[in-house]
Ligand binder design. Structure first.
Ligand code: BGC
Length: 265
């Protein structure tokens, strides 16, 4: 059977496949690359503990198998990823650091058509193309507010990977230690108190980057009406719209683009 992902990229329906690896769950699904929507349900498996590279790769391969997917695969990691190699590890086993993640997933999947990218970068690519950033030009910065703060910077749709803005120092503290949504929970901050911290972080980022738009992602973006109106920074902030599919969608798009450019060579 020919997989949609391996068909010509000029057909009007183009499908891709993405897997989003997180600290608690590994989610995958087929993506309609024209609309940016999932085709059918996504499939989620709890992240194995310990979340070692081998254990995670086996889960990624089992998710692809469940969908009988043999085309290009995009995989996200909560890590800096350069040239397919994980350089850091947030909420996954530290043994990921310096692991050749691309080679590992290629072995587990049984083919070389694999790209690996940072989770927030994938969400940024997806929101920029299909979601809250659709049709926007200029510099778009997506921030995911969760256990930490992930970031993606795009200029006219082109990603600058691995920006890690969450680790920037803001007022003597790492930005994510000040304004991740986990901080709101552990310190029991009200939305008003937390929005003050987020504003401070955004003001620091915008002083350096002068973005045209911030997109706020992560679970807490579902309650955006409670806190986005309270922000006092200059740049407009909108809530992400693809919710928890953004990582899968962005990974699938990234893999499809890489496969198409490989084919064109
Ligand atoms: C990590 C990033 C990741 C983000 C969201 C941060 O702590 O450094 O690589 O994108 O969390 O998972």
């Amino acid at each position: 059977m020919t997989q949609p992902g391996s068909e010509s990229t000029t057909t009007s329906t183009r499908h891709g496949f993405g897997v989003d690896v997180g600290g608690s769950g590994i989610k995958g699904g087929i993506v309609d690359l024209v609309t940016g929507e999932l085709v059918g349900d996504r499939y989620k498996i709890e992240t194995p503990q310990p979340s070692t590279p081998e254990a995670v790769a086996a889960v990624v391969a089992s998710i692809a198998q469940r969908f009988e997917w043999t085309g290009p695969v995009g995989v996200t990691l909560p890590a800096v990823v350069t040239g397919g190699i994980a350089r850091s590890a947030a909420n996954i086993d530290k043994s990921w650091i310096d692991t050749d993640a691309r080679a590992l997933f290629a072995r587990a999947l049984g083919h070389e058509n694999v790209v690996v990218l940072n989770d927030a970068d994938a969400a940024g690519v997806a929101e920029d193309r299909y979601g809250a950033g659709k049709g926007r030009s200029g510099v778009v910065v997506l921030l995911t507010f969760g256990t930490g703060i992930g970031s993606a910077i795009l200029h006219d749709g082109v990603l600058l990977p691995n920006t890690e803005l969450g680790h920037m120092e803001v007022g003597g503290k790492e930005a994510e230690h000040r304004a991740a949504s986990s901080v709101k929970e552990t310190k029991e901050l009200s939305y008003k108190e937390w929005a003050k911290e987020v504003s401070r972080v955004l003001e620091t980022f915008e002083a350096l980057l002068w973005p045209d738009l911030f997109i706020a992602g992560g679970g807490i973006s579902r309650k955006s009406e409670k806190w986005i109106p309270l922000l006092t920074n200059r740049t407009p902030v909108v809530a992400a719209t693809l919710q928890n599919a953004a990582g899968i969608v962005g990974a699938a798009l990234f893999a499809d683009t890489a496969a198409a450019s490989e084919q064109a060579r």
